[in-house]
Design a protein around this ligand. Structure first.
Ligand SMILES: [Zn+2]
Length: 251
């Protein structure tokens, strides 16, 4: 709880990142959450790892130990054939209760526009999981508007545009959200003036906070707390939208 708000950070990572050398643990994350007043975090594997299943197990154990604080996300390399991909996501769902699947087109080379990526979105839909998709760095496949295609092909699927296009493509993300009611925007890395535009056009019922990396956590929270907006919008962005989307809770 921070300033009276229940905060759900919808973009965090623990585990071992092969591409950056970054290592993080659930214990360190829980300490940071306590210090920043975060109630719950969506925990995602890093996008480039040595052992995908081991990273899922690490997050899964943390989720089982702290079910009131952590929610898990699967991220499996798309070079696996579709049945293997599906089986690993099913395992994460059944064993650990993971609620989302992450697509990282920057590192995974999967084009959301193409029906060749359908297996990813079909798997999320089959297991009633949210598709969280990185956008921004890593063009061309990380362009937010490409996600309009799976959003339309799978209207029952809920898609989160992570980083809302990472500032440079914030308007592209807003177009996607305007045309597709099943597209949500996660606001990490936007500058406050971008956020003003997002708030003017996209309902807060489809907006959520994310930190991505520990250094950004307090800044991302401070951004939402300090900006002028209706109190209900602030409550939804800080946690209400995410609790409904990932946990099915209405409050
Ligand atoms: Zn991230």
């Amino acid at each position: 709880m921070k300033s009276g708000y229940r905060i759900f950070d919808t973009h965090t990572h623990i585990g071992h990142a092969r591409h950056t050398g970054r290592v993080d643990t659930a214990e360190a994350m829980l300490r940071r959450m306590d210090s920043a007043g975060v109630e719950r975090s969506l925990v995602i594997p890093f996008p480039v790892v040595d052992d995908w299943r081991a990273e899922h197990d690490l997050i899964g154990r943390a989720v089982l130990e702290h079910p009131d604080r952590l929610t898990g996300t699967a991220c499996y390399h798309p070079y696996a054939d579709a049945p293997e991909f599906r089986e690993e996501v099913r395992r994460c769902r059944d064993k650990y209760g993971f609620r989302a699947v992450k697509l990282q087109p920057q590192y995974h080379g999967l084009n959301p526009y193409s029906t060749r990526s359908d297996f990813f979105f079909e798997t999320a839909l089959e297991f009633d999981m949210v598709a969280v998709c990185h956008t921004g760095s890593g063009l061309p496949f990380s362009l937010p508007s490409l996600l309009m295609m799976p959003a339309r092909r799978f209207p029952a699927l809920q898609i989160v545009v992570a980083h809302c296009g990472s500032a440079m493509f914030a308007h592209d993300a807003m177009v996607a959200a305007q045309f597709c009611p099943n597209i949500y925007l996660e606001l990490s890395s936007l500058m406050p003036h971008h956020l003003t535009e997002v708030l003017a056009d996209i309902p807060a019922e489809r907006l959520m906070i994310g930190s991505d990396l520990p250094e950004s956590l307090k800044t991302e929270i401070g951004k939402i707390l300090s900006m002028e907006m209706p109190e209900e919008a602030r409550r939804l962005i800080l946690g209400g939208t995410a609790r409904r989307l990932f946990l099915g809770e209405t409050d």
